[in-house]
Design a protein around this ligand. Structure first.
Ligand code: BGP
Length: 476
């Protein structure tokens, strides 16, 4: 244990702390075209790739109640779920809402209530309706209008939900699509489109927040960002320091400024300009956008942080050179982006089979950074954190002690942040049950509950029993 933890560091989480598991509609529900659901871009993309199918996923569409029963039995008092936009509005912006899709979520939320598991509901988890996605998604301003209309509809339709998040991981949605090229219609190195889409999605978030607050609904609303602390590989090297700042703006800073300031700090703008020049493009932030965003910035009730890893940046002045490790062959990933830098691993820092850097202290550094740089934040939730593994079911059980150690270390740093005065409301492990991974398929498992994707049988892993004790006692 790091010497930073003193005997005074609390070992117990607050009484009202939420412990749960996270899911996303597309990754768990299956039923991709059942009962009037409209298509999303992933449907055709995955079919063309032929690597894996999103059907039936975890068959959550039919099995949500038994999965919630598992949550209850394993001591969880919260769950993250998302609404599939195209189940409600099959074509996105136009047409009548789909009664069967609407009913599904009423049933899901009723089951949550009956099990004493609070639903934390995200409106958009990477699954824009296909028609909107094909027309530019959030680079097309019509999608912003459509998202606001969809959000208003959900706020009115589901008064039983009092914990809302607008978007999940705008950074992942935009980086994977415009910079890393690993998502449908992907492009590489297109930094200005990535930043423009981030801004437009934050404007859509702001409009949903204003609609929620003007509507006087009695719940909370926020947004979920995938944050990574960006350290210079060598803090004494100015090029590395600059690369860390570049990557910070690309992944974190534009989004955090937009969330809590409603505009962009001079330092952020300077790096945005630099990134745009590097990809020969520009971004447009309209004055009207900023006035909406500034109003919304004071109204967020919470911020969700999805934290998996941090990065060490080296200076890099070559051509963009990327290789996504989508197979779990350790050491095959490469991330060098012109105008940004090179992501490297400092010696001695452990990584997963997918080359994700295990660095729990980064979560603490991020929480402290937010509390210092954005003192108007109200509450943080760790809305995703977890470890992808090639879990094996052996003799009816899964020994995932490595995952337990990962989660325990992160929870310890959360306690440290609480000791330092940061308001943290809860922790959701990614993921509740094993789910497919967007670019890695079914062999990258994260769940508390092992899923046999042939039979849909669930088996609690060692981590589920460990987490149950933590959730019930609120202690590590
Ligand atoms: C986050 C997403 C999740 C989930 C998770 C694990 O980015 O919000 O939907 O997929 O990461 O990522 P991966 O599946 O790529 O390992």
């Amino acid at each position: 244990m790091s010497p930073i933890f003193s005997a005074d560091t609390p070992q117990r989480f607050p009484d009202n702390f939420v412990f749960g598991g996270a899911t996303a509609a597309y990754q768990v529900e299956g039923a991709c075209q059942t009962h009037g659901k409209g298509k999303v871009a992933w449907d055709d993309y995955l079919a063309q790739q032929g690597r894996f199918s999103p059907e039936p996923a975890c068959d959550f569409y039919n099995r949500y109640d038994s999965d919630l029963e598992l949550c209850e039995r394993f001591g969880m008092n919260g769950i993250r779920v998302s609404i599939a936009w195209s189940r409600i509005f099959p074509n996105g912006g136009v047409g009548e809402p789909n009664p069967e899709g609407i009913a599904f979520y009423h049933n899901l939320f009723a089951s949550c209530r009956a099990r004493g598991v609070e639903p934390y509901v995200t409106l958009h988890h990477f699954d824009s309706p296909a028609a909107l996605y094909a027309n530019g998604d959030f680079l097309n301003r019509d999608t912003i209008d459509a998202f606001e209309a969809y959000a208003r509809f959900c706020f009115d339709e589901y008064p039983e939900v009092t914990r809302w998040f607008t978007f999940n991981e705008i950074a992942a949605a935009t980086l994977n699509r415009y910079v890393e090229g690993t998502w449908p219609q992907g492009k590489k190195g297109c930094l200005h489109e990535c930043l423009q889409a981030q801004h437009n999605m934050m404007l859509a978030h702001a409009r949903a927040v204003l609609a929620y607050k003007q509507g006087g609904y009695p719940g909370t609303i926020g947004v979920i960002h995938a944050l990574e602390y960006k350290y210079p590989y060598d803090p004494a090297c100015p090029g590395d320091v600059q690369a860390a700042k570049n990557d910070d703006v690309l992944q974190n800073r534009l989004l955090l400024d937009a969330t809590f300031r409603g505009d962009y700090a001079p330092d952020t703008l300077q790096i945005i300009d630099h990134l745009c020049q590097a990809s020969n493009g520009s971004v447009e932030f309209l004055d009207d956008d900023l006035s909406i965003m500034r109003r919304a910035a004071q109204l967020n009730d919470c911020l969700g942080i999805n934290y998996y890893q941090s990065r060490f940046l080296k200076a890099f002045d070559g051509e963009t050179d990327l290789h996504h490790n989508g197979t779990g062959d350790k050491g095959t990933g490469r991330w060098r982006v012109a105008g940004v830098g090179e992501r490297a691993v400092r010696p001695g820092v452990p990584t997963t089979d997918w080359d994700w850097i295990i660095y729990p202290k980064g979560l603490f550094d991020l929480m402290m950074d937010i509390s210092l740089c954005y003192p108007n934040y109200k509450q943080l939730f760790i809305t995703e954190n977890g470890m992808g593994r090639k879990d094996q079911l052996v003799d009816g059980t899964v020994d995932d002690s490595e995952r337990i150690a990962y989660v325990e270390d992160h929870l310890r740093w959360i306690l440290k942040a609480i000791e330092c005065g940061v308001d943290v409301g809860g922790y959701f492990m990614w993921s509740l049950q094993d789910q497919f991974s967007w670019t890695n398929g079914y062999n990258k498992r994260y769940g508390f509950f092992y899923v046999d994707f042939e039979t849909q049988q669930r088996t609690p892993k060692a981590s589920a029993y460990w987490f149950k004790r933590v959730a019930q006692t609120k202690r590590l």
